[in-house]
Ligand binder design. Structure first.
Ligand code: SF4
Length: 377
């Protein structure tokens, strides 16, 4: 497999809220060809064989365009991450016959309505879009969630799972997730549990069940600090979330921690404050990893921001942080900020989308930063 681009179709399996199965979470689902909801049928499918064959022979399948784009511009991408992952986990690809990395989205129960999120991932956004039909032009609503948890439990119990990754909705409030963790922790069937949380509700019951796993990584979704955070993550309170994060990092020093930061027009002017917040956490002796990503929807994509503002932010970050010795991946963040350019079309979409949301939620983007006045007026 000299020309192997990515091993995800061999090693990984992604199941979304509608129970559709794909090789990984970044694969363009519209390009898979057929809908598979049974794990056995998916694993035997001609579509999966074709994707494997292409990636083994140096050909990018259509559904992998997001990884190709990122590789072409030289930024972190999942294809490379999967290649590195099996090396890091000391595994031999030839010995892996069924997926060992399982990535699931069991439901959409969530207590927040984050501005860059979708009805598929938050039942509250789904309800908001149902009540306000004009919002459905941005993203369709979802009428049914078919995630088959019993199928997943059965797969885990009958296979060797290296890493189970769970995103929601919000896993800490999803009864189905609790049932899954409770069940599989008894049999020690998963080596490494990774989950993403908004950290608003790290309740005792959830903390107890995750402590039964040998290795745990918690990814906190945090896309801003202070008022920017509260504005982006409707229903959340930054002070409370900060307290929850610090508490669990203190209580569980053996867990690993990461912060997922989605770059959007909302947080660009808050990036320096956010980096200072992370620097303080680092100074207090906590170890964590930062994972920056662009928002995929064009109406919340950073390309909505004018070039003059983007360069202002880049200069500010370079000035404030370039001489500081830190593991915060500042250079990587700057590369991401440089590798995007302004698209007027996306500015218009962003302003239109957000004005509608502001109207519904009785909020105001202008209050976040004066520079937004330039966009709205
Ligand atoms: S190349 Fe990217 S999108 Fe394609 S299977 Fe690998 S990780 Fe997934």
């Amino acid at each position: 497999m000299n020309k192997l681009i990515c091993n995800a179709p061999h090693t990984s399996m992604f199941i979304n809220q509608q129970n559709n199965i794909f090789p990984c979470c970044v694969f363009d689902q519209s390009k898979f060809g057929k809908r598979y909801t049974s794990i056995d049928e998916y694993l035997k499918s001609p579509e999966l064989s074709d994707i494997k064959r292409k990636l083994e022979t140096g050909i990018w399948p259509k559904g992998c365009h997001r990884c190709k784009y990122k590789q072409d511009i030289g930024i972190d991408n999942d294809a490379d991450n999967y290649l590195n992952k099996i090396k890091k986990d000391n595994l031999d690809l030839n010995q892996i016959l069924r997926p060992i990395y399982l990535d699931i989205r069991p439901g959409s129960d969530c207590n927040l309505k984050c501005r860059m999120c979708f009805p598929t991932a938050s039942n509250l956004i789904n309800e908001e879009f149902l009540k306000n039909p004009s919002m459905q032009k941005w993203h369709p609503i979802v009428n049914n969630y078919d995630f088959d948890m019993d199928q997943v439990i059965d797969f885990i119990q009958n296979n060797k799972i290296h890493t189970l990754k769970i995103l929601g909705g919000e896993p800490t409030i999803d009864k189905n997730v609790f049932k899954l963790l409770n069940e599989i922790s008894k049999y020690k069937k998963v080596q490494h549990l990774r989950f993403t949380t908004n950290a608003t509700n790290l309740n005792k019951k959830f903390k107890t069940v995750i402590s039964n796993f040998d290795k745990v990584t918690i990814h906190f979704s945090l896309d801003g600090v202070y008022e920017t955070y509260n504005y982006i993550r409707t229903n959340a309170n930054f002070k409370k979330v900060e307290k929850n994060i610090i508490n669990i990092m203190r209580e569980q020093p053996s867990f690993k921690y990461a912060f997922n930061i989605v770059l959007t027009p909302y947080n660009i002017f808050n990036l320096s404050d956010m980096l200072y917040w992370f620097l303080n956490l680092e100074k207090e002796g906590y170890t964590f990893h930062l994972d920056f990503n662009h928002s995929v929807a064009n109406y919340t994509n950073l390309s909505a921001i004018k070039n003059k503002h983007r360069y202002e932010v880049i200069k500010e970050i370079e000035k404030k942080f370039s001489s500081i010795d830190t593991d915060l991946k500042i250079d990587y963040l700057i590369t991401l900020l440089k590798n995007i350019s302004h698209l007027k079309k996306n500015t218009n979409l962003f302003i239109k989308y957000n004005s509608e949301l502001d109207n519904i939620r009785k909020t105001s983007l202008k209050k976040l930063d004066n520079r937004f006045v330039d966009y709205i007026e």
